[in-house]
Design a protein around this ligand. Structure first.
Ligand SMILES: [Zn+2]
Length: 224
């Protein structure tokens, strides 16, 4: 065995030299790969922005369009009156009655004062259009309890619920923008008269957290 030892040592030295040469050779290459790298990276980044529904990349795109109106990043946040009319009346407040506890059932009930006496009336409320207050994807559920026919509009940041509808104006999975008609006021599910049960939820710390819809400009003077 001793006779072969120098051969192994020699072979090992040759191998090390080969590896060292290769490593040195490669270390000369980053100039080339460094030039190609950013080109490749920005190309795939652009592809991500175009193809992705990720909020941050949408916001990146939106910045450009923002001056023309409500930007897409803004449109993710619920704002305004889902009934879209000034003579909207709140018939049950947040966190009280069937809306308690707020963490579970937080919502407000809205109806319309059709005859101008300051109170909501069924005649003015039935089948009036209900509008999405922000952009998101639609999930519809029919004949459920207690929400009846209801719509969820969901994006990465917010979710709004529209319950007791008489009918739908959207289909499951559809993307809606603020102001799109999503359905019509009804009295389906646990409801004693036509009204809209409106809920706002925010995605926070890995879960949906119920919000007071009045904090989202339902009765703002400027409307939507
Ligand atoms: Zn309600």
């Amino acid at each position: 065995m001793r006779v072969f030892f120098p051969i192994f040592v020699f072979a090992a030295i040759v191998l090390l030299a080969f590896v060292a040469f290769n490593t040195m050779n490669r270390s000369n290459q980053p100039v080339l790969s460094g030039w190609r790298g950013p080109v490749h990276a920005s190309a795939s980044l652009a592809a991500n922005i175009v193809g992705s529904t990720d909020v941050s990349s949408q916001q990146g795109l939106i910045g450009v369009a923002e001056p023309q109106g409500r930007g897409l990043s803004d449109s993710l946040v619920p704002t305004g009156n889902p009934l879209g009319v000034a003579n909207t009346v709140m018939t049950q407040g947040y966190g009280v009655g069937t809306h308690a506890p707020a963490a579970v059932w937080g919502a407000i009930d809205l109806a319309i004062d059709g005859n101008g006496d300051g109170k909501a009336d069924p005649e003015g409320t039935w089948n009036q259009p209900v509008y999405a207050t922000h952009a998101g994807q639609v999930k519809i559920t029919s004949n459920s309890w207690p929400a009846g026919n209801h719509v969820w509009v969901t994006n990465e940041l917010y979710r709004t619920g529209y319950a007791h509808l008489s009918g739908f104006a959207v289909s499951d999975g559809q993307w809606v923008n603020p102001g799109d008609v999503i359905g019509y006021i009804g009295s389906t599910g646990m409801s004693s008269g036509p009204h809209l049960d409106y809920q706002v939820w925010v995605w926070r710390d890995g879960q949906w957290v119920n919000q007071n819809p009045l904090d989202y400009n339902v009765f703002a003077a400027s409307g939507r």
